[in-house]
Each structure stands twice: as structure tokens, then as C-alpha cells.
Design a protein around this ligand. Structure first.
Ligand code: AMP
Length: 282
């Protein structure tokens, strides 16, 4: 297993692989790896000759500086977890300078409005940061396929748009959300939850499942009202947003239409820790 920190080293490795026509599966992460990340890596191993995992806490996608400071960083155990999956994985764990050079700034992207919904509304600049770092990483890694979780469904849609905008040849593969037995979606930020927050957080997915159940018979207004009520007197979780949106453009809806795919999206705070989840409704 090879771990590279320097852009030049990974570029040399990639050039050698590309010359030998090896298919490269790429899994970009911010580390603090959990089973959700590993599910993406396992899929990449199945579908590619070589798998490359990046571990990089990308400063430009954090709108909250405290969240960036507190984001868990666990490189040695991340590397160990990956080496247990396969010795054939290449890890790229760069510093910000290796990715951005001297100019750590975001490109101002137009993702056709996808960037203005939900996470984009509540985390200004977030998707410019995501798009910019992925543009850099895709350029360095030249992947055949890149793997993203539906846990960050809006990000997945934006990455597909980025590939169009930047005319990249990578195939984007979306992977299902990996959950704890309790239903809580795995997230690196879960490591920061205290016992009480951990005990209450499964209610996020329970709420989404109930919405899925009621979606066919209740109005969007009634469903949204019900979700607000669930969190109204909750001392541990604070609702930031709940939206039912079209899959095609992620615009939130007031009324359902026939032959349209919808998903429900939720963001809550457990103290300072922000958790997101979503579910397909039809
Ligand atoms: P992150 O390290 O949070 O940037 O996540 C790296 C990748 O792993 C992204 O594509 C995420 O959507 C994906 N991911 C994170 N958590 C999960 C999960 N619970 N299930 C599936 N994919 C996930």
C-alpha cells in the first residue's frame, strides 16, 4: 500500500498506471473513515484494477471555521483500515498547499441552480469549494470512475454537473447510504456526538421513513408541519431544514406532480454538530 503526500509523487504513480491502461477507481474523502466510506472503496475495488483514496479535509468547503478546526483527523487509523481491505490501494493525503499551491481559493461555479438549494443556502460557498477541490483532484488522479455517497445527495448531483461543465471523462458512480443498525447515517461527524446525542439521533432517519410512508396520502404542507412538530420540543436536536425536493433540479416543492421523482432532505444540529440525511420517496 502506498501513501503519497506530494502531488508530484501521486502524479508519477498515476502516469505509470495510465500508461499501462489500468482502470482507476477514485474515492475522494475527508478521512476519519467509517464503514460508509469503506463501502464506496469496496465497490471501487470490484469495478477497477487500481483504487485511489484521497484523504483531505478541504478548507474551501467549510463555511464554519470552527467546524473545520474540529473536523476529526485520523490518518494513521484511516490508512490501517484501508490496508485491511486491500494492499492495492493508493492513498493520497496532501496538504492544502499540495492541492492549491499558494492560492487557496474557490472557483465561482454555476451548477445550474443546484448550488442554491438546501446545503447551498445554509452553507454559502460550500459547493464552490467542493467543485474546486474535485476539479484539482480529478486533474491529478485522472480516474476512470469516481465514487460518491447518496448520503450527500446534493453533492452527488453537483459532481455530475461539474463533470459536464469541466468536460471530464470520469464516470460518476452514486452509492447507497450506509447506516448504523439504529438507522443513523454514518458520518465522520458522528464521532463527536456524546452519548445522549447518539441515543436521540436515530430519530432523524425514523422521521424520514415515516415521511416516505405517508408521502402517497398526505400533502407536502402536512408532512412538513409534522416534521417541524417532531423537533419542536426536542432538547437535543434542532431542525435546520426539512424539504421535499425534485430529484432532477433539487427545487423544493409545495405540491406533488405525477411522473416526478422526489426525495426528502433534512439537516439538524446536535449541539454544534451538523447532521444531514435524505431518503428517496417514490
Ligand atoms: P466525506 O469524507 O464526508 O467527504 O465523504 C466522502 C464520501 O463518502 C462522500 O461521497 C460521501 O457521500 C460518502 N459517504 C459519507 N458517509 C456515507 C454513508 N453513511 N453512506 C454512504 N456514503 C457515505
Amino acid at each position: 500500500m502506498r501513501v503519497h503526500e506530494k502531488r508530484l509523487d501521486i502524479a508519477a504513480d498515476v502516469a505509470a498506471l495510465t500508461k499501462r491502461n489500468k482502470s482507476i477507481g477514485f474515492v475522494p474523502t475527508m478521512g476519519a473513515l467509517h464503514e460508509g466510506h469503506l463501502a464506496l472503496v469496496k465497490r471501487a475495488i470490484k469495478e477497477n484494477e487500481i483504487v485511489l483514496v484521497s484523504i483531505f479535509v478541504n478548507p474551501t468547503q467549510f463555511n464554519n471555521s470552527q467546524d473545520l478546526v474540529n473536523y476529526p483527523r485520523t490518518l494513521p487509523s484511516d490508512v490501517r483500515l484501508l490496508s485491511e481491505l486491500s494492499e492495492n490501494i493508493i492513498v493520497f493525503a496532501p496538504t492544502p498547499k499540495d492541492v492549491y499551491g499558494d492560492q487557496m481559493s474557490s472557483i465561482d461555479y454555476d451548477f445550474g441552480g443546484l448550488e442554491n438549494e438546501m446545503e447551498g443556502k445554509y452553507r454559502p460557498g460550500h459547493f464552490d469549494g467542493v467543485g474546486t477541490v474535485l476539479k484539482h483532484l480529478f486533474t491529478i488522479v485522472s480516474p476512470t470512475r469516481a465514487y460518491f455517497g447518496e448520503k450527500d445527495f446534493q453533492q452527488l448531483q453537483i459532481v455530475k454537473k461539474l463533470v459536464e461543465i469541466e468536460k471530464l471523462s470520469v464516470q460518476i458512480v452514486g452509492c447507497p447510504i450506509y447506516r448504523e443498525k439504529t438507522g443513523l447515517a454514518l458520518s465522520s461527524r458522528n464521532k463527536r456526538l456524546n452519548d445522549k446525542q447518539l441515543a436521540v439521533s436515530p430519530m432523524i432517519y425514523k422521521t424520514l421513513k415515516q415521511i416516505k410512508k405517508d408521502f402517497g396520502t398526505k400533502s407536502v404542507y402536512k408532512l412538513s408541519e409534522w416534521v417541524s412538530e417532531q423537533f419542536e420540543n426536542n432538547e437535543v436536536l434542532t431542525l435546520e431544514y426539512f424539504e421535499i425536493a425534485k430529484v432532477s433540479d433539487l427545487k423544493s416543492i409545495k405540491r406533488k406532480q405525477k411522473n416526478t421523482k422526489y426525495r426528502a432532505f433534512i439537516a439538524v444540529f446536535a449541539g454544534e454538530i451538523r447532521l444531514i440525511d435524505n431518503i428517496a420517496l417514490n
